[in-house]
Design a protein around this ligand. Structure first.
Ligand code: PLP
Length: 444
């Protein structure tokens, strides 16, 4: 057993909540935040199951049911005994070794598992440390593939509007160019090709006019396009919109016809969230390249993966530089790989699809009252994702406070109050999250 009181371990007195918040404000950037911070974050002391335990009560609540799964990732909730054990076991062997010239069982088994469960034909796996990097690697794979096969002019990307692919440079260039978080950089980013937003609605029939729009754009730019990159079925942080899986089949056919690679960014949708294990499964297609992240480690550690087909890998291997020149320091991190493997096995070892359906039913029922509220434009549920869209920008402080008073943690953005709870959320807690969303919609 590790000794928690190792003589070399400094004994640091815990910070009081006010001390912590003062230091936080003074020194610590938060996502998409100003410096110093304007809104006071809640201090989380611990988390377990689907509950976050606060260091100090907020609006009378010491515990909040987590409606966000820590941004799509904590699908099994917090401190899951199986996942805790996987990390502890791996810690007893090694937390990290470099991946250049060395390999190890957790990374190899994880890669093989990903190949097994993702759409047939994806055979090769590049492990990296975050979703944005996985997208960078996907783009690099595609550009390098074309360069290697003698078509170096194919360097641009096509996507549809309303997307989100991360915050590093290439991903930013394919995020929604208007009104999104990266609009500021539109003059500095590589200029990509944008199609209109895909028509809304998971169940809507494929609109032939929109399919034609995609065809026209892809045909016109095929000579310079390395890849089409989209989020399949659910566009997440770009606007929480759903579209029909049929558009993915349209893209697959067009990409084949015009010799463009298809990249699916499943970083938010992967591992069951939309009701299929991967959103591509709704359409029954295999992309040339696929990115996963977020729920990959069950929310425990930062890891992502980029998978590709032998066609993409062979193209790269035939080039003048026959290697993929990418190698993050923490590539294949054994702790993250171990917990990822445990998380996938935990997911597949249960009737996860039934659990997602159960949450979907709870969200449909619990969010229905929001439709009747003034200022609500749309209420939509797909899999374990529930969205209330307002007709005005949400008042973050008021909406968050309303949710906390109901005992749930939500993080609205733009005109959206949304939830994607852990799959283990019991019905009563799903109902509580829904009450919080409705309250936030009323007061935000
Ligand atoms: C979150 C997200 C990313 C970026 O992942 P990070 O781990 O935050 O870098 C990329 N694509 C999609 C679809 C995402 O939801």
């Amino acid at each position: 057993m590790p000794d928690p009181h190792h003589p070399l371990r400094p004994q640091v007195p815990p910070l009081s909540a006010p001390e912590l918040l003062a230091l936080d404000r003074q020194h610590v950037w938060h996502p998409y935040g100003p410096m110093p911070g304007r809104q006071e974050p809640l201090v989380v002391a611990s988390a377990s199951g689907v509950r976050l335990r606060l260091a100090a009560p907020a609006h009378g609540r010491e515990e909040l049911v987590d409606g966000m799964s820590s941004w799509w990732s904590a699908i099994h909730g917090y401190r899951h005994p199986v996942l805790d054990e996987a990390v502890r076991e791996q810690l007893g062997r090694m937390s990290h070794v470099m991946f250049g010239g060395l390999t190890h069982e957790p990374a190899v088994r994880l890669a093989a598992k990903l190949v097994e469960i993702t759409p047939a034909g994806l055979e090769h796996v590049f492990l990296s440390d975050s979703g944005s990097v996985a997208v960078e690697v996907a783009v690099k794979m595609c550009l390098q593939h074309w360069r290697s096969v003698g078509r170096p002019g194919k360097t641009r990307l096509l996507t549809w509007r309303g997307g989100y692919h991360g915050d590093t440079w290439q991903p930013m260039a394919v995020c929604d160019p208007d009104g999104g978080m990266h609009e500021l950089w539109s003059g500095a980013l590589p200029r990509q090709v944008f199609a209109d937003e895909p028509p809304a609605g998971f169940d809507a029939p494929v609109d032939p006019a929109y399919a034609d729009h995609l065809r026209t754009l892809i045909a016109a730019h095929a000579h310079e396009l390395a890849a089409v990159i989209v989020e399949p079925v659910v566009q997440g942080a770009g606007g929480m919109r759903y579209h029909a899986p049929g558009y993915l089949r349209v893209l697959r056919e067009l990409c084949d016809e015009y010799e463009v690679l298809l990249v699916l960014d499943e970083i938010a949708t992967g591992f069951g969230r939309t009701g299929a294990l991967f959103a591509a499964d709704h359409a029954g297609i295999t992309p040339d390249v696929m990115c996963v992240g977020k729920a990959l480690t069950g929310g425990y550690l930062s890891m992502a993966a980029t998978l590709c087909t032998p066609k993409v890998a062979d193209g790269i291997s035939r080039g003048e530089v026959p290697v993929l020149a990418h190698g993050p320091t923490f590539m294949g991190n054994p702790l993250a790989a171990s917990v990822a493997l445990a998380s996938i096995e935990l997911l597949l070892g249960q009737d996860w699809a039934q659990e997602v359906k159960r949450i979907e039913a709870g969200l449909r029922e619990g969010l229905a009252p929001a439709s009747a509220l003034p200022g609500v434009r749309d209420v939509r549920v797909l899999g374990a994702i529930g969205v209330v869209q307002l007709d005005h920008p949400v008042d973050m402080a008021a909406a968050t406070a309303a949710a906390v008073r109901e005992g749930a943690w939500l993080r609205p953005f733009r005109d959206l109050i949304y939830t994607m709870p852990p799959f283990v959320t019991p019905d009563g807690d799903v109902a509580r999250i829904c009450r919080a969303v409705v309250a936030a919609a009323r007061e935000g």
